[in-house]
Design a protein around this ligand. Structure first.
Ligand SMILES: [Zn+2]
Length: 138
């Protein structure tokens, strides 16, 4: 049971039907009630990478290779892209290398960032997210 306002005639009415749509008793238009949506599939939309086709590909990691690559290029010295991929230890190693290598590591990060941007989402997931390596490099 719910109190609703019809969006067509703006009159209030009460419905006892637990349905996503009911008919307005005043004007006869179909009114969305917002009820009964628990079983609707659009509540559980699969997360897919931005710019990817919605269907046909295996479910991704949810970690976008573009985001990873941009993070690597902008904040790579802090290991942010490793943290983003769930590689916390790798991020800490990366952070250490930044301080120890006096800039050499930064060149590698530049290459790594460009690779992340240019590789396919599947390659990115496999190499950086699903990889069992603590510190996946290239
Ligand atoms: Zn109405």
């Amino acid at each position: 049971m719910a109190n609703l306002q019809c969006p067509y005639c703006y009159r209030n009415f009460t419905t006892v039907v637990n349905a996503p749509q009911v008919q307005c008793p005043h004007c006869g238009n179909i009114v969305n009630t917002g009820m009964g949506y628990q079983q609707q599939p659009n509540q559980q939309q699969p997360q897919y990478a931005y710019g990817q086709p919605a269907g046909g590909t295996a479910p991704g990691s949810g970690k976008d290779h573009i985001v990873g690559g941009v993070l690597c290029l902008l904040l790579g010295g802090f290991g942010i892209h490793y943290f983003y991929c769930g590689k916390v230890a790798g991020g800490l190693i990366c952070l250490l290398l930044t301080f120890l290598s006096c800039g050499i590591w930064g060149v590698l990060l530049l290459v790594q960032g460009i690779m992340m941007l240019t590789m396919s989402q599947e390659d990115f997931d496999r190499k950086y997210v699903y990889s069992s390596s603590t510190f996946p490099l290239f």
